[in-house]
Design a protein around this ligand. Structure first.
Ligand code: SRM
Ligand code: SF4
Length: 573
């Protein structure tokens, strides 16, 4: 595609013998808690990242000690569905090998933090014994495939969950390296011709790739932030197919205008039978045309922008050997979760629990982790992880409901859905102390900010208004802050960019309102805007729409206009 030099990671992948590298040798080396630079890149494909505890860095430097290295492990949970047994085992592993907490991520996955190198293999092996895995949870491949976590609502949701799982299976790397390294699988001597990755090839994708499926009117998986999305089209209670959306993504870098968040373009329609094929062919287009020279420009959103969505559609049709149909109408109303109890038509019950920052842990005042473990022990349904970092205790039979309810009460979780609408609509990425890229706090700090803003909202009489609020420790955007109505993006210790005006259904990017503010300015900046919102809003108007209409932030052009009208129309009632 270009004569520019390939990025270093391309060489690492090429030399890795299908993701083996020297990981086994590195794990055996007890002289250090870390792995070699190249193997750190390869480990991502196996679902784990080397990190160090940033809270301890200075102290350890002073004492001339190696950094406090440990590993984060990400467990894939396609569609976010886990059994009670898997929950119990996840809880056990969190205590035995990790830091005693479970992180529910913004992509419906579990994460452990704080696993030391000597426990890494055993932890991954035991995760696999629970019929979950970590392969391709990270790395330049397709990641955990998301879908709305409410399959109980109709049979359509069940079909969609199955489609998400089928795509996930189909796009899982074929290399035996994972089995050899972590599961003591038989070692296969490979050459390029002996072991093939039929979809990815030996250099995999130029960069990570993300897929999701949504069933309107809920956009709780934020389809416009994904590389590839499918929007279920339901007619007369039957799933007739999916609109196909390409080229969404959030990541950017402060001061680098060539990087930016981008909303996906809706380019066509496919039938339910075609969905796996379409997913594969979009991945192939990115494999063949994505930029492998500059990792800051290698996400699929840039491939879509560089060539244009029309070109992507034409290339996709060529790869498919048939044409996608015309885009069908759809409408999203919001991208949040529905909290509390709900009963479905079969008489089963579901409770959506608010998990602040997605962190399941015990505190003396609030032993949530123990409570959920006790529930898992008697639960006869399943657990659903949401893309908003919350948890649905799902498919509780009528005979178990009172037992679950009693446990929710015993462990102080029964009021979780009565928190303020602002808190319930909050997301915070991990950030400090584990994330190597964090410039500022997020998960540990957003709860405090929300408490302050709750007071301002209370003063304005807006306690019950759902306003999406998201904070990330850097502009990589792991909490999708660029599509929330209020977004904080870390710049440095205690400093953030403040974004306003994202769409309440995640259908519009937010705009930069104030750059590089100190955290102690947040309340003073937002309080007066809440007051104006309370007084000047139109009936039913969302905060994000209001700040644009009121001229508080300008509506600026971002991303492509292709099918922009459809995105805007999607919200109109
Ligand atoms: Fe993310 C990198 C955490 C969802 C965009 N992300 C990271 C790393 C692995 C840091 C690193 O590379 O060293 C973070 C690990 C922190 C830690 O200590 O655990 C991290 N990302 C997360 C999670 C755990 C945030 C959370 O609190 O829930 C989410 C895990 C999702 C999962 O289960 O797979 C998470 N990351 C996202 C999302 C949201 C989404 O996918 O819907 C995004 C924005 C969407 C997108 O991809 O554009 C996102 N993460 C990034 C990026 C920016 C990529 C880019 O295009 O430039 C990075 C940095 C990178 O890849 O170089 C990153
Ligand atoms: Fe880390 Fe930045 Fe992602 Fe937050 S947004 S988890 S700080 S990479």
């Amino acid at each position: 595609m270009s004569e520019k030099k390939l990025s270093a990671n391309e060489g690492i992948k090429t030399r890795s013998n299908y993701l083996r590298g020297t990981i086994q040798e590195g794990l055996a080396d007890q002289s250090t808690g870390s792995m070699s630079e190249d193997d750190q890149q390869l480990l991502k494909f196996h679902g784990t990242y080397q990190q160090d505890d940033r809270d301890l860095r200075n102290d350890r430097r002073k004492h001339r000690l190696e950094k406090a290295y440990s590993f984060m492990i990400r467990i894939r949970v396609p569609g976010g569905v886990a059994t009670p047994h898997q929950w119990i085992e996840t809880d056990r592993l969190a205590t035995q090998f990790a830091n005693g907490t479970i992180k529910l991520t913004t992509r419906q996955a579990f994460q452990f933090h704080g696993i030391i190198k000597s426990n890494l293999k055993r932890t991954i092996k035991e995760i696999n014994q629970t019929a979950m895995d970590t392969v391709a949870a990270c790395g330049d491949v397709n990641r955990n495939v998301m879908c709305n976590p409410n399959p109980h609502l109709s049979s359509v949701h069940a079909e969609v969950l199955k489609a998400a799982q089928d795509i996930s299976t189909h796009l899982t790397p074929a290399t035996r390296a994972y089995h050899e390294i972590w599961l003591d699988g038989e070692k296969i001597e490979t050459s390029e011709t002996e072991e093939q990755e039929p979809i990815y090839g030996k250099t995999y994708l130029p960069r990570k790739f993300k897929i999701t499926i949504a069933v309107p009117p809920s956009n709780d998986v934020d389809i416009f932030a994904n590389c590839l999305s499918f929007i279920a089209i339901v007619e007369n209670d039957k799933l007739v197919g999916y609109n196909v959306a390409v080229g969404g993504g959030m990541g950017s870098t402060h001061g680098n205008e060539a990087t930016y968040p981008r909303l996906a373009d809706v380019i066509g329609f496919c039938t339910p039978e075609q969905i796996v094929d379409v997913a594969e062919k979009v991945v192939l287009v990115q494999r063949d045309f994505g930029d492998r020279t500059d990792r800051k420009h290698s996400r699929f959103k840039y491939t879509v922008d560089d060539h244009g969505p029309e070109w992507i559609l034409a290339k996709l049709n060529e790869y498919l050997g048939y044409e996608l149909g015309p885009v069908r109408d759809y409408k999203f109303t919001d991208n949040g979760d529905r909290f509390g109890w709900v009963e479905d038509e079969k008489g089963n019950f579901h409770y959506t629990l608010f998990v602040e920052g997605g962190r399941v842990l015990d505190t003396p005042a609030f032993p949530m982790r123990t409570g959920l473990l006790e529930i898992a022990k008697i639960h006869d349904g399943d657990f659903r992880l949401t893309a908003n970092q919350n948890l649905i205790i799902a498919n509780i039979s009528a005979k178990k409901r009172s037992e679950v309810e009693a446990l929710l009460e015993k462990y102080g979780m029964h009021h979780s859905h009565e928190r303020s609408a602002l808190r319930l609509a909050s997301i915070a990425c991990v950030a400090l102390p584990t994330c190597a890229l964090a410039l500022a706090e997020a998960e540990r700090y957003l709860p405090e900010v929300v408490t302050e803003l709750e007071e301002e909202l209370e003063n304005a009489g807006l306690r019950h208004d759902s306003i999406t609020i998201r904070m990330t420790g850097c502009p990589n955007g792991c909490g999708r802050p660029f599509i929330s109505e209020i977004g904080f993006v870390g710049r440095g210790p205690d400093r953030y960019n403040l974004y306003l005006g994202g769409g309440h259904a995640g259908q519009r990017l937010s705009k930069l309102y104030r750059q590089d503010i100190h955290s102690n300015e947040i309340r003073g900046l937002l309080g007066p805007i809440f007051q104006r919102f309370a007084k000047e809003r139109n009936a039913g108007e969302h905060f994000g729409d209001f700040v644009i209409r009121a001229g508080i932030v300008a509506e600026t052009k971002q991303g492509s206009d292709f099918h922009k009208n459809i995105k805007e129309e999607a919200l109109k009632n």
